[in-house]
Design a protein around this ligand. Structure first.
Ligand code: 13P
Ligand code: SF4
Length: 374
């Protein structure tokens, strides 16, 4: 089915007279509180010394294709300190594919797309999870690990999709479409997850929609992911008007100009992109599927139509491939930095908390997705 015309309906907060929605932006983080100071660990040195250079040389090898040597002395002391603090705090770092290369390759214990991070969160043995990603990812880890401490280095790391819809919006949609099952993209708050039947990620969205055995499904909040799924299934999709502020900026024209400049170039896109972009792409898939496509196909030159840091991370692994980076940065992902991760570990800040009743309901939707058989 054509991507542009695939949806059975498209709704937004204005359809329910409810313009106020989303997780309120967290206030800017103030100085260290007295409580945080009381539980602080002694601060490791952040000097660039021959010892730091030696201790981090193997890590620089992993990122030397994308981080110039002149920048490394500013990063390496934090990297060494973070890796030591992780052991002292019995903490693991989960990092999304959009984290910058020094975080993704040098301090993360597990890296991946939203689906992998959710699955891996269920297997964590450590006491503390540091989520290097955005707030909904940290909430997913907390939902799956209610007894563990989940920290996010900057709780202002939001997501335009997650803030486009509330639990109340989902209840109103259910009233409008009684009996129609609701699928929520994981890019939603715990409040929204608590109101839906099942979650999905961009890796498994078609499979999740078809697993419900319904002829019509409400899929929220990403209208473009919903259009993409509708073009791949017979199930009728009613969508929400949310969009990713990073992927919606790409255009088909932009991609055609890359092809005109180099007809041999391969273009691969994330399904959060608008339909004219997906129509121009040689392959569409989640961040993990995009990475696997590059690993398997080893194109000479490839355009990754997604967040910039992912191209850097794949380039660090596959330096022989030429990456064209249309480069839209996710401002939320970029709030996570080495100094803030270091601060998280020293002061055990910023803790993610969820009302246990909401977390219990949200867990059912996330686990139903994780337990789906391939
Ligand atoms: P993935 O599930 O493909 O990693 O995507 C998450 C995301 O936020 C993309 O913008
Ligand atoms: Fe949200 Fe888009 Fe950023 Fe992903 S890239 S976290 S969907 S705003």
């Amino acid at each position: 089915m054509a991507l542009e015309t695939a949806l059975a309906g498209l709704y937004g907060p204005e359809d329910f007279g409810n313009p106020v929605h989303g997780r309120p932006a967290a206030p800017a983080r103030s100085r260290v509180t007295a409580e945080e100071r009381a539980r602080a660990l002694p601060m490791p040195s952040l000097e660039w010394t021959p010892e730091v250079e030696r201790a981090t040389a193997h890590l620089y090898e992993k990122v030397k294709a994308v981080i110039p040597p002149v920048e490394w002395p500013f990063m390496a002391p934090y990297i060494k300190a973070i890796n030591e603090l992780k052991r002292e705090r019995n903490a693991v770092i989960l990092a999304h594919n959009y984290q910058t290369p020094e975080i993704f390759n040098c301090v993360a214990d597990i890296g991946g797309d939203s689906l992998k991070l959710a699955i891996e969160a269920t297997k964590v043995k450590a006491d503390t999870i540091i989520q290097c990603g955005v707030h909904f990812m940290a909430e997913t880890s907390k939902i799956l690990n209610p007894a563990k401490t989940v920290l996010i280095p900057d709780s202002r790391a939001g997501c335009s999709l997650a803030s486009s819809i509330t639990g109340e919006d989902v209840r109103l949609l259910r009233e409008r479409f009684p009996g129609v099952p609701v699928v929520a993209y994981v890019n939603t708050s715990a409040d929204v997850k608590a109101e839906v039947d099942i979650c999905c990620t961009s890796s498994n969205a078609v499979q999740v929609v078809e697993s419900l055995g319904a002829d019509t499904v409400i899929m929220l909040p990403d209208q473009y992911l919903a259009k993409y799924v509708a073009s791949k299934t017979r199930v009728k999709i009613i969508a929400w008007k949310g969009a990713c502020e990073v992927h919606e900026r790409f255009t088909g024209d932009e991609l055609r100009s890359y092809r005109t400049a180099d007809p041999g170039v391969q273009i691969i896109a994330h399904p959060e992109c608008p339909p004219d972009v997906i129509a121009e792409a040689d392959f569409t898939g989640s961040t993990a599927h995009m990475i696997n496509w590059v690993r398997d196909n080893k194109p000479k030159r490839v355009v990754l139509v997604t967040e910039c840091s992912m191209a850097d991370n794949v380039q660090a692994e596959l330096p022989q491939i030429e990456f064209v980076k249309p480069c839209n940065l996710c401002p939320h992902m970029k709030r996570i930095t080495l100094p803030k991760i270091w601060g998280s570990l020293v002061y055990m800040r910023e803790e993610v908390t969820i009302d246990p009743m909401i977390a219990d309901k949200a867990r059912r939707s996330v686990e139903r997705m994780i337990n789906l058989k391939n």
